[in-house]
Structures are given as C-alpha cells and as structure tokens.
Ligand binder design. Structure first.
Ligand code: C5P
Length: 243
C-alpha cells in the first residue's frame, strides 16, 4: 500500500499519512532504545515481532469491547491505524514492583502490589517523561476529569485482559504502559488505545523461572532480545513454532 508523507519519526516507529483521510500507516523499526535513548541498538527482527504482537493484543482488546486505533496489519512491518490526537500521557499500570517504582520506593523487584496501581508520566522526551500527579493533568488541561475516568477504566480493562492472556501462557504481567488518543466522530469524542502494546512496553516474566521476556533483556544486557520476543509470540500462537 502506498504510504503518504512522513508525519513523525519516533524511537521505535515511523508514522506516515494513510491512504484514506483519518488513517495513518504505523511502521515498526528495529531500533531499540532505553534510558531515554542513552542506550541504543538495532535489533534484527524486533519491528516485525512488535507489529505482529501489537496486532494480536489490539484485536483481542477490540473483541472485549475496548476501543483501539488498530484497523489492519498491512505487511510485516506496517499496520493501518486510525488517526487520533494523542493524550500527552504515558499510562502505566503495575501489578508487581519493578523498574522505576522499585527504585523509587526501595522495593524488591517482583514484590506483589496490594492492588494494580496506575500512574501517569507526561510525554516529553526532553524532560525524560516525568511522573506527574493527576492534579497536574487537570491543572494543565492535558486531559479532562471525564477523560481521566475513561483512561482509568480503559487501563484496568487492558490490565485484566493482558494479565489473563499472559497467565494462560505461563507469563506474569509485571507492568505495562499504554497511550490513548482522541478520535473525533462529528461532535462526539472518544478515547481509544493507541501507539503499540508489545514487549517493548510491558514487563513479562516467566511464571516458573522468573526469566525476563521483555525490553529489560535489552536494558539490562540479559541476552538476545529477539529470542525473548519470539518466545512470547510462540507461546501466544502469534507465530508458528519451527517444527
Ligand atoms: O521504567 P518504568 O518502571 O517506569 O516502566 C514501567 C512500564 O512502562 C514498563 O513496562 C516499561 O517498559 C513501560 N514504559 C514504556 N515507555 C516508557 C516508559 C515506560 O513502555 N517511556
């Protein structure tokens, strides 16, 4: 499918104008970055895996009535998505302590949290996506109270869905990040899950062994990232296993 002009290039994806108004072609690169792009590499095949995995999760969400931007996968690296106005927040849901939360609170990684905890970062690379209280979100007008109620409910439904799907294949969902966007239909506005859901944006640990199957493999130099993502894809049946 012919792509239109490039609209945006991020760390892991490129967005192009789509073939019809209101659509975008989302291209998944092989680039991996961590620590706000201080650590960088190109990981062969990562983009292909994330394109497939994100398609799988977005379709699963659609089936349980959580709206997403996903329209269809176009090829190995591209998917067609609905154009939306991204809410400038990274929405993080945690089930177990890890990453920045474990560090901030001096908790051991893997400690079960009393309940799923949601937190918000303001999307700004130059500032390193700082954690922000809901008070800032309201005061600076990044999202209305109505949006925040929707965001909370979407995030918890995504957590239920993803935790269940992962648990079914022997994987513990430690935490994840989503982004949401506003889609306008006449006077009506609704929020949809946008961007991607993939092992780049989740922490996934094998239930039995605790082996990490997500981007921490890259962040912490734990081995081959493509192998980890391929294992997730195989377990979910997203990619056929080699005979
Ligand atoms: O680093 P931190 O512990 O705050 O990350 C929480 C979750 O959000 C992790 O699954 C991480 O991969 C994801 N995340 C992300 N993009 C960011 C920051 C965090 O996908 N910019």
């Amino acid at each position: 499918m012919a792509r239109g002009k490039k609209l945006y290039e991020g760390k892991a994806k490129v967005l192009y104008e789509g073939p019809e108004p209101g659509t975008i072609v989302q291209y998944f690169k092989d680039d991996a970055t961590a620590f706000n792009a201080e650590k960088k590499d190109v990981i062969d095949g990562k983009g292909v895996l994330n394109n497939r995995l994100s398609e799988f999760f977005m379709l699963g969400l659609d089936q349980i009535g959580v709206p997403t931007h996903f329209l269809k996968r176009l090829n190995m690296r591209e998917q067609l998505v609905r154009r939306c106005e991204i809410v400038p927040l990274e929405i993080i849901v945690r089930n177990f302590a890890a990453g920045s939360m474990a560090k901030r609170l001096g908790m051991e990684e893997g400690t079960k949290l009393p309940r799923p905890i949601i937190e918000y970062s303001y999307k700004d690379d130059a500032l390193g996506d700082p954690l922000v209280p809901e008070e800032y979100i309201a005061a600076f007008g990044w999202a209305s109270q109505h949006d925040m109620d929707d965001i909370y409910s979407i995030a918890m439904r995504v957590n239920d869905y993803l935790s269940g799907v992962m648990y079914g294949v022997g994987i513990k969902l430690i935490d994840f990040k989503i982004e949401v966007g506003r889609v306008f239909e006449g006077d009506f506005q609704r929020l949809v899950v946008a961007d991607e859901i993939s092992p780049d944006s989740c922490r996934l640990w094998d239930i039995e062994t605790g082996k990490k199957l997500d981007k921490d493999v890259f962040r912490q130099d734990l081995g081959n990232l493509t192998d980890a993502y391929t294992e997730v894809a195989h377990r979910l049946g997203v990619l056929p296993k080699n005979p």
